[in-house]
Design a protein around this ligand. Structure first.
Ligand SMILES: [Zn+2]
Ligand SMILES: [Zn+2]
Length: 308
């Protein structure tokens, strides 16, 4: 049997052949089970054709997080694997998610007894680090936020307390916790499903484009934002799909406006219409729409064009 895959993923020094694309059904199963199960045999059993590594990678990519992990019967090995994505080190054998065992903090080397389920929560900190973070000066917090191009809109009361922030580039406001921002979490509006990320030097104007793409027997729409000539974006997509697949890409329509207006318009359209899931891998394949909706989307874009 030929196993000639052209992409290899290097994970923890192990070469793994690229696994087949995820179907919508599989993603649904993953979405409803991963947060409760995490990396464990039960989850693996749901995807007999995939490796645990591949499953966890996918879960990570689509932003799934393990919830409390209150699961009986998790093995020590499974726990250590989960702990691998945190900064904590287990100093004793796992005895259950609610049984305290000795751990060490990888940041400050503090050792203490902790319940595994607490350490697997997103944003968990050791007691010493947590105390330190709690007494961060407002100045320190604001300096970090400033670097991330964010403005603090509520009082800072602790690194794991609720904090209202605003993204200066797109003016989006949301509740988060400082600890997440510190770990690099960005603006949910700009980063969620947009092939475009706000930068400090975000351009004044941008273009929202709609391409019709035909590859072999499949036809779909690609919506996206670019700050460069559309022609260049089209060539990029063509090469990303693979020139040998001979994709036919035609520009259906486009709207130009301020980058914030364009981001909003893309957001609206992507959330109004059902997304199209393509088996073809290419950069930007998360913002695809069904060809059946083309007329309606064109009308929407024309409307945006008049209002901008
Ligand atoms: Zn610590
Ligand atoms: Zn933003």
């Amino acid at each position: 049997m030929s196993t000639c895959y052209n992409i290899l993923l290097l994970t923890k020094g192990v070469c793994v052949a690229k696994s087949p694309n995820w179907t919508k059904e599989e993603i649904d199963v993953l979405t409803s089970n991963y947060p409760l199960l995490g990396r464990c045999k039960e989850l693996q059993d749901l995807f007999p054709t995939r490796t645990m590594e591949g499953i966890a990678l996918k879960a990570n990519r689509i932003g799934l997080r393990v919830l409390n992990n209150i699961r009986e019967g998790r093995t020590n090995e499974e726990y250590l694997e989960l702990l691998g994505s945190t900064n904590f080190i287990a100093m004793e054998k796992y005895k259950g998610s609610t049984v305290p065992i000795l751990h060490m903090c990888g940041d400050c080397e503090h050792e203490w007894l902790a319940r595994p389920q607490h350490l697997l929560r997103l944003g968990a900190k050791c007691p010493v680090c947590s105390l330190k973070a709690r007494f961060l000066s407002t100045d320190t917090v604001d300096t970090t936020l400033n670097k991330a191009n964010l403005t603090r809109l509520s009082d800072y009361t602790g690194s794991l307390d609720k904090l209202l922030v605003m993204h200066n580039t797109c003016a989006h406001e949301w509740w988060t916790v400082y600890s997440y921002i510190e770990q690099g979490s960005g603006c949910p509006k700009c980063n969620r499903g947009f092939g475009y990320k706000c930068k400090d030097n975000a351009p004044d104007t941008a273009i929202l484009y709609l391409f019709k793409i035909v590859v072999g027997a499949t036809t779909f729409l690609k919506l996206g934002i670019t700050c460069r000539p559309i022609k260049i974006r089209e060539r990029e997509i063509r090469s990303s799909i693979g020139i040998e697949k001979n994709p036919n890409i035609s520009l259906i329509t486009f709207v130009e406006g301020s980058s914030i207006q364009i981001l909003d318009a893309e957001w609206d359209i992507l959330h109004k219409y059902k997304k199209y899931t393509s088996n073809i891998k290419f950069v930007g394949n998360t913002e695809l729409l069904n060809i059946e909706d083309m007329e309606e989307i064109m009308k929407d874009m024309k409307l945006y064009g008049h209002n901008i």
